[in-house]
Design a protein around this ligand. Sequence first.
Ligand code: TYD
Length: 198
Amino acid sequence: MFITFEGLDGSGKSTQAELLRSRLEADGEDVVSTREPGGTELGEKIRDLVLHGGHVTPWAEALLYAAARAQHVDEVIAPALERGASVICDRYVDSSVAYQGVARGLGLERVLDLNLAAVGGLMPDRTFLLALDVVRLPERLRREPDRLERESGDFHARADAGYRELAARFPERIVVLDGALPAETIAEEVYGALRVRS
Ligand code: TYD
């Protein structure tokens, strides 16, 4: 099964990805846990260019994320799924659609199409979207912000709107969870939603 976590920075998605990984491993499952941008050598280089370099024009940003993702699917995600492992990925196609497609204004459809081409149509079986009040996010970021985190509150509000649009469009795949709840409560909901399905 292919599972992704999505949400704005500081929404707690990485914590949830980690909690789910240990829970599935405790159940005896073969789990591959990975993240975007990154997850491969090329992807980590791209991550550095996009997040810690100078100005990157919006289409270059969208194409770089898509390039990292194409490599990630080919090297890590598809082989793991083929051997029967569960893959947990912290961010995937929905991040690009929300951030580059909606927040940067490149267009939801165009960025979705670009990414579907990059990943050969491979979409998650389940996506958990941790939704949180945008005004509460800065207080949850504890370290130096990267290039995208330094964007204005409006940018993050638009990315949030993009995520909600995606959730409305793909209700079978995307489960929206209240990111303000305690981490253990959210983890129970995540695990429960996966058990119901299988
Ligand atoms: P993330 O890895 O979640 O941040 P961190 O390691 O700092 O917790 O993501 C880094 C940033 O990249 C985040 O602000 C969102 C952005 N991003 C996009 O804009 N598009 C994408 O396709 C992806 C994967 C990330």
